[in-house]
Write a protein that binds this ligand. Structure first.
Ligand code: SMO
Length: 701
């Protein structure tokens, strides 16, 4: 541990030898094409499938009535639930979003299924869209009103997070092999959570879980988008049982934009009060999180995290925080890398920056003075968290040193004085990684070889290498002696999967616990082979954190932003593999840049998706990255035996807040105090034109 051996999964993946769900060879499978609603809301008055059924190669056409008896997906009730919308596999009577599957054509080839789908005649009576409260929660402590009344300064901020399309390279895919002898299925599924896929399928289809084997083969990215089962997945498995045939479905990129879960979209309002020494007195925040046509397993997590991750690592005596998850007539939203954490941190870091300005203090010094000190931890927040460990100010002081902060601020001041729009942004962030259990079964064989089977899984992020390192160290064998297996419900122990930055802290600790047990038994003289199976549960969430600094400049005439430099300090807890940690943080930063500067899913007022392809939805490219320096230190978390803190989401949390602060800093000489993401050249150009004298709209001719 602590070294970066070559990632063992790389050779297969980068030479194109991976086996993804769509690569799985099936026997004469039926292909599915879904007929999707062209409108966002309405009642289905008529679906005529006659022509489609007579199309050569079409085996069957199904509509909502055929699957209306199926059960609902379970939803994790992280906040109190009013009403969870049901989970229509195919829309039955009511349409809730553009792109919702209404009918499904099963045919011998994908093209024939598409031809059949084109012949389905669908009529929908328009209805007015209706937002429904699904779940909500409030937290409060202290006396907010008195704190506000006595405060020297009160600052406010509203943030509308762009809605984001997670866009893993591999779209959703499912391949189902039906075994007639046993009336069972083997399901290859591009998922983060293979055991969840099995248990949810069993419940929704009302079949015994032992009739379903789920395999997550290579998964080409997921980012939270593949942590839930989708209506399309359920239909594919239902169809395999119904027709006693193999079935496959792979989403097109258009289907991903239309009907895969989106992330963010949160609207938050915050108020922060400080006294005249710059001490934070009180925080109020209202979070509004949109849900879509149906709610995925972790669909309420964004609303929860966007609120309960407040007040980040800051000491706040009085707070009032509320969150509401509201159903709308759009594609479903779900967890997306960060899953509410970026929303909470962006709001807090904007408020803190504004407050520092109000009391004319340096933003780094202001943060250091208001963050919990190392001796305050562990600390229970009023929003139900235990901040477990760390030294928050150390992240900021290390950043100040590594970034040569004094020189950078002097340079920013010099450039601003010369009329350049140059900015420097700071953000502190916290990243709670998951809680709960994960499993591992480890065997030390007579040959000295080791087999690790984990309930956690992989979406291409180096799980095999990291777990082999943990086992090799704990059992004192060469890591090449360690085979790591996961992702198959037939051979891996029951598990949770790879999400919520939990795989290393919890899954890795499970591997360590099993290995430690084997090492003890061997010392006592037990003969080989020895197998240990553990279900490891952590004692609480490990809260990673860090501090990021961003410098950028904005072209005054065109609004084009240039990210100049990003400098990061992260407390990662115990590091298993520095290269994997670096890869996680850098990848998160790329997606954070995407949110802050480029990406935005746009619907019109009628619920039509305007950004249905990469022509309209701007993903960050290599040239959108800035020179980035990563620094870290390791204060082990006491919540798990490995001491690890998840870093999977760090970059998506820290980067947008720092970029937003830097852009506002760059435009502050013009009097700009707020901007909304994404910070495209248009956004920035409009802000400059509105702020600059003589450039008010319509008066510049
Ligand atoms: S957004 Mo993550 O896969 O919990």
């Amino acid at each position: 541990m602590g070294t970066s051996p070559a990632k063992r999964e790389d050779r297969v993946l980068v030479t194109g030898k991976g086996c993804f769900t769509d690569d799985v060879a099936l026997t004469d499978p039926l292909h599915i094409c879904f007929v999707r609603s062209p409108v966002a809301t309405g009642d289905i008055s008529h679906v005529d499938c006659t022509d489609a059924q007579h199309q050569p190669g079409v085996v069957a056409v199904h509509t909502g009535v055929d699957v209306a008896h199926l059960g609902n997906l379970s939803v994790n009730p992280v906040i109190p639930v009013d009403t969870v919308p049901d989970f229509p596999v195919l829309a039955h009577k009511t349409i809730r979003a553009t792109g919702q599957p209404v009918a499904a054509v099963l045919a011998d080839t994908r093209d024939l299924a598409q031809d059949g789908a084109d012949l389905v005649d669908l009529s929908i009576d328009d209805q007015t869209a209706r937002d429904v409260l699904v779940a909500s929660q409030c937290w409060s402590t202290g006396d907010f009103d008195t704190a506000i009344a006595t405060a020297a300064h009160v600052v406010t901020c509203s943030i509308r997070h762009p809605r984001l399309a997670p866009s893993p390279m591999e779209p959703r895919a499912i391949a189902v092999a039906y075994a007639p002898d046993t009336d069972t299925v083997t399901v290859w599924h591009s998922t983060q959570t293979p055991h969840r896929t099995r248990s949810e399928l069993a419940a929704i289809l009302n079949v015994n879980a032992d009739r379903i084997r789920v395999i997550a083969p290579h998964v080409g990215g997921a980012f939270g988008m593949k942590a839930s089962l989708y209506p399309e997945d359920v239909f594919a498995v239902w169809a395999a049982f119904r027709h006693k045939r193999d079935v496959k479905w792979t989403a097109s990129r258009s289907e991903e934009f239309l009907s895969a879960t989106h992330g963010r979209g949160v609207v938050s309002h915050g108020t922060l009060a400080v006294d005249n020494t710059g001490a934070i007195l009180a925080l109020k925040a209202d979070i509004h999180a949109p849900l879509g046509a149906w709610v995925p397993n972790s669909g309420l997590v964004t609303a929860w995290n966007a609120a309960r991750v407040l007040p980040s690592g800051y000491r706040v005596a009085s707070l009032e925080i509320s969150t509401r998850a509201i159903q709308t007539n759009h594609a479903p939203t779900g967890i997306y890398r960060g899953a509410g954490r970026p929303e909470a941190n962006c709001l807090m870091e904007r408020l803190v920056d504004k407050a520092a300005r109000a009391v004319a203090q340096d933003p780094v010094a202001f943060r250091c003075a208001n963050l919990h000190s190392a001796t305050d931890l562990p600390h229970d927040t009023a929003t139900g968290n235990t901040l477990d460990s760390g030294d928050y100010a150390r992240a900021l002081t290390l950043l100040r040193d590594k970034a040569d902060y004094a020189a950078q601020t002097a340079e920013r001041d010099r450039r601003q004085a010369a009329g350049e729009l140059a900015g420097l942004g700071i953000a502190f962030y916290v990243e709670p990684s998951g809680s709960g259990w994960e499993s591992a079964t480890v065997t030390l064989h007579e040959t000295g070889a080791v087999t690790v089977a984990s309930g956690s899984s992989s979406q291409g992020h180096g799980r095999e290498t990291a777990f082999a390192q943990i086992a090799a160290d704990a059992l004192d064998v060469d890591m090449n002696q360690v085979a790591v297996r996961f992702g198959d419900t037939a051979t891996a122990p029951e598990g949770i999967g790879a999400l919520a930055s939990r795989s290393t802290p919890i899954g890795g600790s499970a591997v360590l616990a099993a290995c430690t047990d084997i090492a003890k038994r061997r010392a006592k003289g037990e003969g080989l082979p020895i197998t240990a199976s553990v279900c490891y549960e952590n004692t609480g969430q490990a809260w990673g954190y860090g501090a990021y600094l961003v410098t950028l400049s904005i072209d005054r005439d065109t609004g084009v932003p240039t990210l100049e430099r990003i400098i990061c300090v992260d407390d990662t807890g115990t590091i298993v593999n520095p290269q994997l940690v670096k890869g996680q943080i850098l990848g998160g930063i790329a997606q954070g840049i995407g949110e802050a500067m480029l990406e935005n899913v746009v619907y019109d007022a009628d619920g039509q998706l305007l950004t249905g392809s990469f022509m309209d939805y701007a993903m960050p490219r290599a040239t959108d990255m800035a020179p980035t320096a990563l620094h870290s230190f390791e204060i082990p978390s006491p919540t798990n035996i490995l001491g690890a803190k998840g870093v999977g989401e760090a970059g998506t949390i820290g980067a947008p807040a720092a970029i937003l602060n830097a852009a506002i800093d760059a435009l502050s000489p013009l009097g700009v105090t707020d901007l909304q993401m994404p910070l495209t050249s248009e956004t920035l150009w409009r802000a400059i034109r509105t702020a600059e004298p003589g450039h008010e709209q319509g008066t510049d001719q």
